[in-house]
Design a protein around this ligand. Structure first.
Ligand code: SAM
Ligand code: DTB
Ligand code: SF4
Length: 346
């Protein structure tokens, strides 16, 4: 492997050199990634966009909608989270939603143009007794012709297999930050636990959605470290959500220094360069981004968003605002996959 030199161009760094069977690199070192971050903005964005165009329609954005199917009362201590029972965020613990409630929300999401429906639960991990109910939700959402995604916390190998068997397309589990900074944010589960869950999801044959949060007070080296973890997984995640921290009143991260928006765009661009074939999602925090910042993120390689006024518990731009933004930028939503023949009702 070559290490970054001041003479190296972004293109040289981004060029596939040590490639695996999938034609992608999985051997990035943090210095190379930091070198990408340090390039002049125009050079970095140009290269990210070049790669983006090579692998994707640059004007097409995948649209997902989130639903919290089990809100609040979580025993974990993630310092950013509105749903941890350790912080007084004004959010109570609710029961698991009924399948009917989930279907009704999924229909609305489908009508609004979403192609994927992501169900989230404020759990450390699912209990085996809850899985049949979750599997019912997955089956019904799939029957509407939507792709299914779930984010339920850590999974055992058996639980991952059961979700795959039940038809789940994607599982979201974020590494959140670098291994080094991780202990500043979460103490109730380890970085290793997260990687183990991702390998169970992969081994079960589901598509992996894994990313993290930017703006939690981490250094650039941590942003590089987080992307390194993701890019050096045995297979790149199909979906890489890049969240901008939403500061939730009552959490330890309620206050802190704001991240420079240009640094956020750089992070998206570096994600695109490291994982050229993955869908990069401009995820939480869009409510606090200007249209211009989002436009730069789409140019830098973001090609997925969460759509709808609510994420899990926090706000997201109004659907009408997003429609106007897409119109101004000439972006279109990705077409919905055709409904499987044996699932044509709904
Ligand atoms: N409880 C499950 C878990 O943590 O694995 C699933 C839901 S959890 C809310 C999913 C992810 O949302 C977290 O890993 C984190 O990356 C992101 N997230 C949560 N709160 C956030 C916030 N305030 N700002 C940005 N991202 C957030
Ligand atoms: C992800 O990376 N971002 C989504 C999804 N995966 C589950 C969650 C964002 C949560 C934002 C805070 C909230 O709504 O409570
Ligand atoms: Fe619980 Fe997930 Fe929030 Fe962490 S991020 S406190 S595990 S709901």
């Amino acid at each position: 492997m070559t290490s970054a030199t001041p003479q190296a161009s972004v293109e040289t760094l981004a060029r596939d050199r040590t490639v695996e069977g999938d034609g992608l690199r999985h051997d990035w070192n943090v210095e190379e990634i930091l070198a990408l971050f340090q390039f002049p903005f125009n050079d970095l964005l140009f290269e990210a966009h070049r790669l983006h165009r090579r692998h994707f329609d640059p004007n097409c954005v995948q649209i997902s909608t989130l639903l919290s199917v089990k809100t609040g009362g979580c025993p974990e201590d993630c310092k950013y989270c509105s749903q941890s029972s350790r912080y007084d965020t004004g959010l109570g613990a609710e029961k698991l939603l009924s399948v009917e409630e989930v279907i009704s929300e999924a229909k609305k999401a489908r009508e609004a143009g979403a192609t994927r429906f992501c169900m989230g639960a404020a759990w450390r991990n699912p209990k085996d007794r809850d899985l049949p109910h979750i599997l019912d939700m997955i089956r019904e959402v799939k029957a509407l012709g939507l792709e299914t995604c779930a984010t339920l916390g850590m999974l055992s190998k058996e639980q991952a297999d059961a979700l795959k068997e039940g038809g789940l397309d994607y599982y979201n589990h974020n590494v959140d930050t670098s291994e080094k900074f991780y202990g500043e944010i979460i103490t109730t589960r380890t970085y290793r636990d997260r990687i183990d869950t991702l390998s169970h999801v992969r081994a079960a044959g589901m598509k992996v959605c894994a990313g993290g949060i930017i703006g939690m007070g981490e250094e650039r080296a941590d942003r590089a470290g987080m992307l390194q973890t993701l890019a050096n997984l045995p297979e790149h995640p199909e979906s890489v959500p890049i969240n901008l921290l939403i500061r939730i009143p009552g959490t330890p991260l309620e206050v802190g220094e704001e991240l420079d928006p240009i640094e956020f765009v750089r992070t998206v661009a570096v994600a695109r360069v490291l994982m050229p074939k993955s869908v990069v999602r401009l995820s939480a925090g869009r409510e606090h981004m200007t249209d211009e910042m989002q436009a730069l993120c789409f140019f830098a390689g973001a090609n997925s968003i969460f759509y709808g006024e609510k994420l899990l518990t926090a706000g997201n731009p109004e659907a009408s605002e997003d429609r106007a933004l897409f119109e101004r930028l000439g972006l279109k939503g990705e077409a919905r996959p055709s409904v499987p023949r044996n699932h044509s009702h709904g």
